[in-house]
Write a protein of this length. Sequence first.
Length: 251
Amino acid sequence: MTFASLERICDAETVDELWNIYTEVMAEFGFDRLLYGLTRFKSGQSLGDMQDSLILTNHDTEFVDKYVTSGLFIHAPMMRWSIENTGACSWSWMDGMVGSDDAFTESERKVLALNHGSGVTAGYTISFKSSTIRTKGAIALTGKKGVSQTQVDEIWEKHGQEILVISNVAHLKIISLPHAGTRKPLTHRQREVLEWVGDGKTMQDIAVIMGLTSATVEKHLRLAREALDVETTAQAVLKASFQNQIFVLEG
């Protein structure tokens, strides 16, 4: 299954298409609820503005609202692990901490209580290796309801290397595809003017190239800055580049 799955993932043209393939493959291994997160704006222990992060999940809406939308996931014990480490970790990592009064913070205990009530009790977390200090990606693979951590560990013992390879390829593919976090994507014109700025063209150059007035070019740049929530055009080019929103092959 590995090579066929990898080929499908590599051929995916959008994040949504890739995610559908990946969730299907992981379900075959016994992980039917997944939560993936990617930020390119990490600073120290901060993951940056969550509106700029890419969050992918197939958990039910109620759990997503309580865990993701509320921001509670930031306090998850396995989130702490993923920020500090790379590789794969069994959720049994937390077992040795249970019973220690200072093992978990109050917020972490809220996470554990929510997970327990939602049947999110057995799984693995993969923290992907980053190529820059600003990038961090990780995924939580949750086993099917009723499956114990011991059973999940047995699955990993048998298929862990295969799952890890597929997950790493999926992650590398995701970071090569366009995304806008939870913000509205740039329009064609906004992308175009930012691309010309990235090529070193002046406002006057861009106006001539695009057959527009300088005022119209500036309007598109202003709207691009607003869409990306940045103050300068240089920041807009950088963020759009990080999110693969500019210089994108179309059609």
